[in-house]
Design a protein around this ligand. Sequence first.
Ligand code: PRP
Length: 217
Amino acid sequence: MITLALSKGRIFDETLPLLKAAGIEVLEDPDTSRKLILPTNQPGVRVVLVRATDVPTYVEYGGADLGVTGKDTLIEHGGQGLYQPLDLKIAACRMSVAVRADFDYASAVRQGSRLKVATKYTAIAREFFASKGVHVDLIKLYGSMELAPLTGLADAIVDLVSTGNTLKANHLVEVERIMDISSRLVVNQAALKLKQAGIRPIIDAFANAIQKEPSTS
Ligand code: PRP
């Protein structure tokens, strides 16, 4: 049995066409089913639904043989023990710094002030501000980061931006783009050796599908 870990939402939806290219069709809709293990048209392949941040952990420890996870999640996890053969170019967005429209970020950075930064992505934020030589106090949050500058909890946030609508709706502006983000295929290294015959064709089919459709991002 080959087990693929996916998270509900964009990653699940945008992985479906790649699975189809590999001849795999998920037989239940995660939006209507409450099952966490979804069968596919191939008796030897199943999908498990996990929280996005848990995908690397499932694959690292062999709870799943392979998975699809954002570059953001992968960096925060550390990526240890994971074979990362493909950038799938799906669920594309960017990691950015945002502040209140009335906050003078450029001056704060120039003057060497200590910035209070709220984020779910502490590893990425720490590395980014360290590389700029900016001193920061990091405040770990688990969601709704846009609230932090509005309530005085932080001067800035580091968060994912896709359309920019969430920032706009909360009167925040993007002041720095840290990196482009897309989803990666990750594979358990032991599974890759032990289940070559099942896993290789999936990796190859995904790779072919991406080449045919390079601009999904
Ligand atoms: C992300 C991110 C922003 C939003 C940005 O949240 O945290 O809140 O998307 O998208 P936009 O630029 O298109 O408005 P997501 O929906 O992934 O959920 P999360 O809050 O759990 O991270």
